[in-house]
Design a protein. Structure first.
Length: 61
């Protein structure tokens, strides 16, 4: 069951990270040259927290 949680979380993180990058670019008024690095940083930070929460809430079993 934990695998399902991780999979759903990863899919959600992808779309949320893309949305955040889009919002940042709209606020800046331009498309960033290295947007993939920004995307990676956002998804890495969010993923670390979310995956840690999943492990903590499922007791790592």
């Amino acid at each position: 069951m934990e695998l399902l949680y991780f999979t759903v979380a990863a899919i959600a993180l992808y779309f949320v990270s893309d949305w955040i990058v889009d919002r940042i670019e709209r606020a800046a008024g331009r498309r960033f040259e290295h947007r993939t690095l920004l995307f990676f940083a956002i998804i890495f930070a969010l993923g670390t927290v979310v995956f840690w929460l999943i492990r903590a809430l499922t007791d790592g079993s």
